[in-house]
Design a protein around this ligand. Structure first.
Ligand SMILES: Cc1cc2nc3c(=O)[nH]c(=O)nc-3n(C[C@H](O)[C@H](O)[C@H](O)COP(=O)(O)OP(=O)(O)OC[C@H]3O[C@@H](n4cnc5c(N)ncnc54)[C@H](O)[C@@H]3O)c2cc1C
Length: 379
């Protein structure tokens, strides 16, 4: 039996970010991250589109993204050998039948965000592949950036180890029981006794809650597929921007000399090792060929991942209202990478009972927006 103060269940970006923020304030050996896979980025964290956009998601998510930007641009010394962000830019397209959706988006984002409505010729300069006449309105977000997800995730985990925390891989949590004032946790790599559990188990977070006797928050893991295709010859991908449909029916993003495409599907799934569905990939190809001047001859690679949401689409970070010593960090949906620096810090402050940092409040982060108590829950 290993003793620690805090056991974090899940070594994805959520578990890694909170553990990295916690170890700074606690003694060596206090934090232990339990991950069921060989590799902590195996599930959703390793399957994202790696985009940072302050215009994406509901208002509390946008606040977290704004509050994360400083960390991305100025990570602590030694955090990563590479920049965490690289310029990209995001073009939102609307067909004639989607113009109202674009107007609503403009209204919601203006005036605080760095977005502007542009013309079709301007849009085609940003993405020469765009099919002429396909879309009628365009919104340009010049602040969207690519995230080096691997560098971010590994940076967090390196800090955990450097400050005396531990990461157990192949350690699936199979049972959780109260042990005096704390918890006894059975894992496939041995048992752990901890004062407090952080539930950062991604799509499995409701299952971990059930093991601990907590009421689930109603997580809905939604499968999203993506594929890599070859770019047409003669296109300068380094200057090309990401393009996303205003109603998220597809997106296309340059990716290391190729193109990443997705039908932006959201199919309800059990927590699992998600696999892409052939129909979703075919749908993706169809939508991409309609919107862009390109023929998809071959899929080079494809994958799927689970984006897990609660009812209001806002992440859950806070102590369970009924079960002592059980902390939730779940429901990051499609924003878990870009919000990880701020959400990890906020969650750690809540665990430790510290006041929120001033850059949270300055950026409009309100901790009660994330409280599990806001959700109506059922066993
Ligand atoms: C196609 C796609 C595109 C995306 N694009 C973006 C994007 O551009 N920008 C962005 O910010 N976000 C994006 N996301 C969302 C982002 O990837 C997620 O929000 C984020 O990765 C969630 O991180 P997590 O740590 O909660 O989950 P995970 O990475 O799934 O981590 C949870 C971990 O818990 C572990 N676990 C589960 N059960 C147990 C157990 N019983 N015992 C021990 N360990 C357990 C799992 O093995 C897993 O490693 C995208 C997601 C997908 C699928």
């Amino acid at each position: 039996m290993t003793d620690c103060e805090i056991a974090v269940v899940g070594g994805g970006i959520a578990g890694a970010s909170i553990a990295s923020a916690l170890v700074e304030h606690l003694a060596a050996g206090a934090v232990c991250v339990l991950e069921m896979e060989d590799s902590p980025g195996y599930h959703t964290t390793g399957r994202s589109a790696a985009l940072f956009s302050k215009t994406y998601g509901p208002a509390p998510v946008r606040a977290l993204s704004r509050a994360s930007e400083h960390f991305f641009k100025h990570p602590p010394d030694g955090f990563s050998d590479y920049p965490l962000l690289a310029p990209r830019g995001m073009l939102v397209t609307a067909r004639q039948d989607q113009e109202d959706a674009l107007s609503r988006m403009v209204e919601e984002l203006a005036p605080s965000e760095h977005v502007q409505v542009i013309t079709e010729p301007q849009a085609r300069q940003l993405c020469p592949l765009l099919r002429r006449g396909y879309a009628t309105r365009f919104l340009w977000d010049d602040h969207a950036q690519d995230i080096d997800v691997h560098a971010l995730h590994q940076g967090f985990l390196r800090r955990v180890r450097a400050c005396g925390g531990s990461l157990w891989c192949n350690a699936e949590v199979t049972a959780i029981a109260r042990d005096g004032h704390g918890w006894q946790i059975e894992t496939t790599a041995g048992d752990v006794r901890a004062g407090l559990i952080v539930n950062a188990a991604g799509a499995w977070a409701d299952e971990i809650a059930r093991l601990a006797g907590a009421v689930p928050v109603g997580l809905r893991p939604l499968r999203r597929s993506a594929a890599i295709i070859r770019a047409p010859a003669g296109i300068d991908l380094s200057a090309m921007r990401m393009v996303i449909d205003v109603e998220e029916q597809f997106y296309l993003k340059p990716e290391a000399g190729t193109l990443l495409i997705s039908p932006a599907d959201e199919t309800l799934s059990e927590p699992c090792d998600a696999q892409p569905d052939e129909l979703d990939i075919a749908l993706s190809v169809d939508r991409i060929e309609r919107a862009f001047e390109l023929r998809v001859r071959r899929i080079e690679r494809k994958w799927a991942g689970l984006r897990s949401f609660v009812a209001d689409g806002v992440p859950v970070a806070g102590f369970d209202p009924e079960i002592d010593g059980f902390f939730w960090l779940a429901g990051q949906g499609g924003y878990g990478i870009q919000t990880a620096p701020a959400l990890g810090q906020l969650a750690a402050a809540l665990v430790l009972g510290h006041p929120p940092a001033s850059d949270f409040t300055d950026n409009g982060v309100i901790e009660t927006d994330f409280s599990p108590g806001r959700l109506s829950r059922a066993m």
